[in-house]
Design a protein around this ligand. Sequence first.
Ligand code: NAI
Length: 336
Amino acid sequence: MAEEKKIITVFKGDGIGPEITDAVLEILDAAGAGLEYEMFNVGEAEYEAHGELIPEAGFRSFEKTGVLLKSPITTPVGKGFRSLNVMLRKKYDLYANIRPAKSNAAVKTPFKNVDLVIFRENTEDLYAGVEEMIDKDTAHSIKIITRRCSERIIRDAFEYALSQGRKKVTCIHKANIMKLSDGMFRDIFYETAKNYPDVEADDKIVDNAAMQMVMHPEQFDIMVMPNLYGDILSDLSSGLIGGLGLLPSANLGKGYAMFEAVHGSAPDIAGKGIANPTAFLWSACMMLEHMGERDCAKKIRTAVDEVLLEGKHLTPDLGGSASTKEYVGEITAKLR
Ligand code: NAI
């Protein structure tokens, strides 16, 4: 009897979203991932066409499958609808945003030895969206840090360090200024660290951490931090390894998991057929690993590494001139 296919939910998104989604699904199929896709158009374009940012059936599908592969969505700046990404993370309590940044021998950068994983708290901090105008010239934005949300992301970071044989967890904060909110986050970090005597624990103030990351990135292993610092430092970490086209992420909660590239919808290159699908593909590999399909993820990672190392078919962001299609063709040729 044929093996039953696992079903996942796929959101196609805006800008380069549809292009990189098609690319990634083609590679998953070529690798024999054996997945069935429930696919939905979401985001700005879907809103303009049908008046909904995410169709109701899309939510229902994710609630059934528990696994969402989501391509980027455009968020209007300063006005318009609130970020769908923030909404999805809050609605499904996808509290742990895990972003691994690792140097790749094939991608030339000033650094060869970056191998860090950012654990970004995903549901609170300034992203709680609690904002108000006090008067016409004064806006308040409230930073929320709770013990419950801090404890769970910090514990996950230490558990991950243990399970992956990592040596150190660094807490990133600004507790010298925000003594109550970030101060509590840092205190909880050291309370939690006592349960993990085999993992080294230290902390850095966020501005110093930003400087240290570009001077000596090799000193960082696992880094755990509140939402806003995680957002900024993870883009920084993508710069260390060759750009946003290379940084994947998992957003994990209890019973739900969403996988997406760290980058956005890249409107400046949308429709040109030159987007780099690697970050989204590696996010799909994290998804396969989460689903227990480690061999398939490894097969894809090996094929990508080979194509990157050969260096003949790289997309423009990596210094090449290949189209997304050519790059994907090279990867699928190695998988078939
Ligand atoms: P962006 O990440 O879309 O683009 C920044 C720069 O990186 C651009 O020059 C772009 O061409 C390049 N880039 C990004 N991904 C690339 C890829 N895969 N291949 C090659 N080049 C790539 O950031 P930006 O321009 O600030 O945001 C655009 C939109 O995306 C905004 O509406 C923003 O809110 C949204 N966004 C959505 C996210 C999500 O859905 N998870 C995350 C970040 C931003």
